[in-house]
Design a protein. Sequence first.
Length: 148
Amino acid sequence: MQALANEIRQRYMPCGSWGELSVTVTDDRGITEMNRRHLGRDGPTDVIAFGYLPIPGESAAIDGDIIVNLERAWQEAARRKCSPERELATYITHGLLHLTGEDDATPAQRRRMRRLEQTVISRVLKEKDRATSTFAIFRQGARRAGGG
């Protein structure tokens, strides 16, 4: 996540900086509850991002929470024929872009967000080991349920 956040800060926040960020990984059930409770929407989604206003007199850094749906990432990765890690990275990037002020309420905004997501991920992947084509951070210590 650090590489994604750094890429976004360098390219899209030249005068800004990241403050405290958290990423919560959940499933359809968990994100459905968050979606209902905080946004008044029914059903699961792929990612939710909450930004927090700076405390007066404190740093103007961007603080926020990103909640990503791992269950949806696995399903969409199979459908899109990409790795679940890349799909999850797309969700995290999407959340980070929302925290910088990007929106996806209209078709044009959704297209712009998708282009930005792919640009950021492609640039980060170029800096990573191309042999794996995924983010090592998601592989460190990762095990599937059941001891996989």
